[in-house]
Design a protein around this ligand. Structure first.
Ligand code: NAI
Length: 464
């Protein structure tokens, strides 16, 4: 039996290794984490992350060939292949603060492997890391190898998107595996290719050198985010000219060279990856003395910040330049639909801005807990403190509850349950203050129909 260990039971480690266990019943997969509460949740009926289809996969294999544990050392000792899937957040202090990736978790995990391993291992970098991180991992591991133990490093970045993780993992566009271009490197690479090709067609498993693989992950996220910032920049022009951003996106997206995906204007992108990975690329470019390249990618993040501010200013302006004491219903808090993840969600910026303007914010999200929302809003740097949040934020258990008595309703996350055929917008209108405003930050509503009901409608990328 092949033994796989995954260090880090988060949004990536959990689903990606659960899918390996699901697809390969003869492989023993142990997912470990230092966080006891997270592991307890993985071992319970209520998994720590919400992801469509994840429960079925975990419940089908848990206790058979899929295990969750805090015994990191034992899992390392037993494993042939070790995925390192720990968090790599943006550094908060010191050199490269606000830009560079914090590699402390990667280093701790790597040192642990070096310290406790009693046999040779293939160590797989799954976390998103700056180019040449594998080199540092190799140095640490090699300093601890002996003639009986060798460590081979692979880069296998993860391309899953939260909300569609299980289908992305089951039928990926591609799997990338980078290795050192040596006979030992190729042999290690083959071991991982053999795992993935159990359920993924061979031609979709792409092999390359370590550094190309590391950079490809940053590049892919930068290119995706760049498309969003591009369409968001165009949405500002649409609002000023009377063009309709949906029509512009459609006209451009039907060009086969451009394609339709990631051309949806919105209140701004969020999530733990886009901003962090682009800043990482910016930092890398600066370190390589490529200031023009750094400035180019930085503008993608700048545009995203601008879009969030632009949308909040539009809310305040439309509500007669003041939201003080007005009730604003925010529908959605997660950074996108079908996930409970709120990291870097545009909702946080929006909410804190409205609180600073002394609005009363009523939030409803189907998957985000009140505790999480309050934690996000009181994080250092967000701009709102606990007392303000207590005073100005009400977390509601339905969209109807949030909207009752509100002056405005804002669509922040594109959850399906907020769409026209799921919510009774007439009922919502009847329960709101008049004039009743709707701000559609996700282009999911039917503006003309809402106007017929009586709403004043403001949509991103549309002037009417
Ligand atoms: P996460 O924060 O959800 O999970 C990371 C886990 O690693 C945490 O539970 C933490 O306790 C654990 N951990 C940290 N150091 C550890 C150690 N030394 N030993 C054991 N456990 C340790 O992070 P997430 O979202 O899973 O991301 C992981 C990596 O994957 C990041 O580099 C991220 O950029 C990348 N990624 C994330 C995607 C996403 O959609 N969230 C998609 C693709 C890549």
């Amino acid at each position: 039996m092949v033994n796989i260990c995954c260090i880090g039971a988060g949004y990536v480690g959990g689903p990606s290794c659960a899918v390996i266990a699901y697809q390969c019943h003869d492989i023993k997969v142990t997912i470990v984490d230092l966080n006891q509460a997270r592991i307890d949740a993985w071992n319970s009926d209520e998994l720590p992350i919400y992801e469509p289809g994840l429960d079925e996969i975990v419940f089908a294999r848990r206790g058979k060939n899929l295990f969750f544990s805090t015994d990191v050392d034992q899992a390392i000792i037993d494993a042939d292949l070790i995925f390192v899937s720990v968090n790599t957040p943006t550094k908060k202090s010191g050199m490269g603060a606000g830009m560079a990736a914090d590699l402390a978790y990667i280093e701790t995990a790597t040192r642990r492997i070096a310290q406790v391993a009693t046999s040779s291992k293939v160590v797989i970098e799954k976390s998103t890391v700056p180019c040449r991180t594998a080199q540092s991992m190799r140095t640490i591991l090699e300093a601890n190898s002996s003639k009986d133990i060798r460590f081979d490093i692979l880069s296998n970045p993860e391309f899953l998107a939260e909300g569609t993780a299980i289908s992305d993992l089951t039928k990926p566009d591609r799997v990338l595996i980078g290795c050192l271009q040596t006979p030992e490197g190729f042999a290690a690479q083959q071991k991982l290719v053999d795992v993935y090709t159990r359920w993924i067609p061979k031609e979709k498993v792409i092999t390359m050198n370590l550094w190309s693989s590391e950079l490809s992950k940053l590049a892919a996220n930068a290119l995706l985010a760049q498309r969003i910032s591009s369409i968001n920049a165009l949405s500002a022009i649409c609002e000023a000219t009377g063009a309709d951003v949906d029509e512009v996106a459609y006209a451009c997206g039907t060009d086969s060279r451009i394609g339709p995906k990631f051309l949806k204007a919105s209140v701004g992108f969020g999530g733990s990856c886009f901003q962090k990975d682009i800043l990482n690329l910016v930092y890398l470019s600066e370190q390589l003395y490529l200031p023009e390249v750094a400035a180019y990618w930085k503008s993608v993040v700048t545009m995203n910040e601008y879009q969030k501010m632009r949308f909040t200013h539009r809310i305040v302006r439309t509500l007669f330049n003041t939201v003080t004491h007005k009730r604003i219903a925010l529908l959605g808090f997660a950074f996108k639909k079908d996930t409970g993840d709120t990291r870097e969600s545009a909702a946080i910026t929006l909410c804190s801005y409205l609180i600073q303007e002394r609005a009363n914010v009523a939030i409803y999200d189907p998957k985000v807990s009140a505790k999480q929302m309050k934690m996000d809003l009181t994080e250092p740097g967000v701009g709102t403190n606990e007392a303000e949040v207590e005073k100005h934020v009400q977390v509601c258990s339905s969209a109807y509850e949030a909207c009752a008595g509100a002056d405005a309703l804002v669509i922040v996350t594109e959850w399906d349950e907020f769409k026209m055929h799921h919510l009774d917008y007439q009922k919502i209108y009847d329960s709101m203050q008049k004039p009743a405003f709707i701000f559609d930050g996700r282009l999911i509503l039917d503006g003309p129909k809402l106007k017929e009901i009586g709403f004043k409608v403001e949509t991103i990328g549309k002037s009417i």
